[in-house]
Design a protein around this ligand. Structure first.
Ligand SMILES: CC(C)(COP(=O)(O)OP(=O)(O)OC[C@H]1O[C@@H](n2cnc3c(N)ncnc32)[C@H](O)[C@@H]1OP(=O)(O)O)[C@@H](O)C(=O)NCCC(=O)NCCS
Length: 339
């Protein structure tokens, strides 16, 4: 048996076909409630990386058959001593050494680029939650990594949304947030808010609990936000934003975003939600999230599920999510390995 790992170019359609087949098989087997990207969306995602990242892609072949894939993300503008890794092996071909070979490849790419740490995440089963394979955790420990942060994915099932309870929550939030103005938009962020979105997005690593993960705040400016928007558009994603504006300065001080993909209009990822530290305690987080949910539902009639991740210790955000009806599905461990 021979295992060969070789890089591929995202402009090579045959290699992207193989990577897509593997990614789809892994999602269907391991995370059956996840949306599956069709070939077009998968190809567009690979072809349009987020600005400020170099991504190396490779396939593992056992006796010539593609069985696994890896992507190594090398951020260029911040966190330049870190490489983030995604390894997926076709469930039909596990425990044959492909994961180990892909890991060795990723490690070499990272070391050659003078990175000091590898980082990735893997799913686990929560007590009473959906049953998930323990392969990711077993593999991560076998590679010598340490668990650095425990996260929980929660899902909001739109069919189970309690509109009356949401109305009540929204009314409470509005009264605590009296004076703030709510603004919503989809697609391109209005010029007047783009610098504020960049400032808020840059804060995430400072403000959200990060456990033992060694990461520095991302350096995000207006230009990078425009680059992110361009990548999302090129990938065919539809993005819904809601923010709260401080009436005295006219600045956006709270912001949240939902992200719907072209292949699965039934599903949205909850992206960043953040409130400027100077404006906390006014229920702005709850306010913008409920407003954005309704804003997105009005424009995405097929939407049935929204997924969000929080650090297991992020009590404030979790309590907002639970009040809105999000329920825990599975656990996610962020693993870290010093090189
Ligand atoms: C994790 C994953 C990549 C492993 O791929 P693989 O080809 O089966 O891995 P290998 O055969 O090279 O296994 C290497 C070692 O990892 C450990 N390991 C792998 N799967 C395991 C499992 N189910 N339970 C416990 N340990 C496991 C073992 O120590 C194994 O060595 P061994 O077979 O000699 O005992 C694969 O299960 C997968 O794609 N999972 C979903 C995605 C994921 O979690 N990726 C990891 C984070 S990026």
């Amino acid at each position: 048996m021979s295992i060969v790992v070789a890089p591929f170019d995202t402009a090579d359609p045959a290699a992207v076909d193989e990577a897509h087949r593997i990614a789809t098989a892994v999602t269907v087997a391991d995370l059956p409630d996840f949306p599956v990207e069709d070939r077009e969306e998968f190809g567009a995602t690979l072809a349009h990386p987020m600005p400020g990242n170099v991504i190396v892609h490779a396939l593992a072949r056992i006796d010539g058959v593609a069985v696994g894939r890896v992507q190594v993300r090398l951020s260029q503008l911040d966190n330049t001593d870190l490489a983030s890794v995604t390894i997926e092996v076709d469930p039909e071909h596990r425990r044959r050494g492909a994961g180990r070979a892909l890991f060795a490849y990723a490690r070499r790419v990272a070391v050659d680029d003078r990175r000091k740490r590898l980082f990735w995440n893997a799913v686990t089963t929560l007590p009473g939650g959906a049953v998930r394979p323990e392969a990711g955790a077993g593999f991560s420990a076998a590679m010598g990594a340490e668990p650095a942060l425990a996260e929980v994915r929660r899902r909001l099932e739109i069919a189970r949304l309690d509109d009356a309870a949401l109305d009540e929550l929204l009314a409470g939030a509005r009264s605590h947030a009296a004076g703030y103005r709510v603004v919503g938009w989809h697609g391109r962020t209005p010029d007047e808010y783009v610098a504020d979105v960049a400032r808020l997005e840059s804060r995430i690593i400072t403000d959200a609990p990060m456990g033992d993960l060694e990461m520095e705040p991302e350096k995000i400016d207006s230009e990078r936000i425009r680059g992110i928007e361009a990548a999302l558009t090129a990938r065919g994603r539809r993005v819904y934003h809601q923010g709260a504006v401080d009436p005295t300065t006219g600045r956006l001080v709270a912001w949240t975003m939902l992200d719907v993909g072209a292949s699965a209009p039934w599903h949205a990822w909850q992206a960043t939600t953040i409130v400027d530290p100077d404006h906390r305690g006014h229920r702005l987080g709850l306010l913008v999230k409920i407003e954005n949910l309704r804003y997105a539902l009005a424009r995405e009639p097929q939407l049935t599920a929204i997924d969000t991740w929080n650090a297991a210790v992020n009590d404030y955000m979790i309590s907002i999510n639970e009040r809105m009806g999000f329920r825990a599905v599975d656990g996610w461990t962020d693993w870290q390995l010093a090189l």
